[in-house]
Design a protein around this ligand. Structure first.
Ligand code: AMP
Ligand code: MG
Length: 337
């Protein structure tokens, strides 16, 4: 298949392809998404094929106005309205019971559907041009780091999708915060650019809970099917070091010793006697989020035999950065006292 290269001026063309059942990757503020008409079960199934994604892992429907919500959700509780008013358009995904119009292929047969209203102007233009909600998981091959640039998408999906819209580097750099919404409870199933602290600030009437699967590996039936898959895996085995950054840097240097065949993923302030990829200053979790996935791809390019990574503490957006690093390490974590 020939993959068309589109730009931000080609939203109408992208919308046409989507309306006719095709696959179009496009930029969003979180990461690049691989889009298909969310109401077209065949088009949605094509997403799973192109990505090699397990079909029991449901997709997020993307909208460009609130009027579309009643076609996707049966009811919209006040808690969801409050969160939408505070964080949409933006990097927050909400899960609520779905309508009969939503195909099983999208939700992997679940009775709920995940919805997001992205803020990226190109994403909004593409969804508007399509005229339907757009199913869009991250536009990477399943198991690879999510794509934050056009080049990442081309590398993974060139020849496998109808078109890719180029639109710069994703600003947030990590996938959206995913929450299950109930009347008096909001459960974070995947941390992202909207931290649990930010959610709690706007909710008077509902508690914010972090699902245990966010910080620890899950065994049997997780609340979010995506939790059970290894994600963002670099090719080499990776170990994540948590604790005070001065100490984790020292522990990583000690671990490396004289070895030159390994690589380190470090905050900008630190170095090590092997290949090093930096991903932001130690106290700047927004920069770390923005750069992490590109850093993981750079680590693959270096082809090390083993990777040692500094992991930030889990406050604010650090929770999301730490979650992605721990998952990339297959939850192989060393806590440095
Ligand atoms: P991605 O499409 O790669 O951004 O991943 C979407 C994430 O949201 C995955 O971890 C899914 O398992 C999760 N998700 C999507 N829809 C639902 C749902 N209805 N219930 C629970 N988790 C969901
Ligand atoms: Mg993904």
């Amino acid at each position: 298949m020939q993959t068309l290269h589109l730009t931000e001026h080609d939203a109408a063309r992208a919308g046409d392809i989507l309306r006719h059942g095709g696959l179009v990757a496009f930029p969003t503020e979180t990461v690049y998404g691989l889009g298909a008409n969310a109401f077209d079960a065949d088009a949605v199934r094509r997403i799973f094929e192109a990505k090699g994604r397990p079909c029991d892992n449901p997709l997020i429907a993307h909208i460009c106005d609130l009027d579309t919500l009643p076609t996707l959700w049966r009811e919209i509780p006040d808690t969801a309205r409050t969160l939408a008013a505070a964080f949409w358009p933006g990097p927050l995904t909400m899960i609520l019971p779905r309508t009969a119009a939503v195909p099983d292929a999208l939700t992997a047969g679940l009775d709920t559907v995940a919805v997001r209203f992205p803020s990226h102007p190109v994403a909004q233009a593409v969804i508007r041009a399509a005229g339907v909600p757009i199913a869009a998981p991250s536009a990477n091959l399943s198991g690879h780091p999510s794509p934050t640039t056009y080049e990442h998408v081309l590398h993974d999906l060139g020849g496998r999708v109808d078109a890719i819209v180029e639109g710069g580097m994703s600003s947030v750099g990590l996938e959206s915060t995913v929450v299950a919404v109930e009347e008096h409870r909001v459960t974070v199933l995947r941390p992202g650019g909207i931290s649990p602290e930010m959610l709690a600030v706007v909710l008077d009437d509902a508690e914010v809970i972090i699902d245990p699967g966010v910080t620890c590996p899950v065994e049997s039936a997780p609340r979010s099917p995506g939790m059970k898959y290894r994600h963002y895996a670099p090719l080499a085995p990776m170990t994540a070091f948590t604790g005070d950054p001065d100490r984790t840097a020292a522990a990583i240097r000690e671990k490396i010793g004289m070895r030159t065949d390994c690589a380190a993923l470090l905050f900008d302030e630190y170095d090590a006697p092997c290949s090093v990829v930096h991903y932001g200053r130690r106290a700047d979790s927004l920069a770390q989020a923005h750069r992490l996935f590109d850093a993981l791809r750079k680590l693959d390019d270096l082809a090390p035999t083993e990777i040692f990574a500094q992991c930030p503490d889990e406050t604010g957006v650090g929770l999301a950065v730490a979650n992605r690093i721990k998952r990339a390490a297959g939850f192989h974590v060393v806590n440095v006292p």
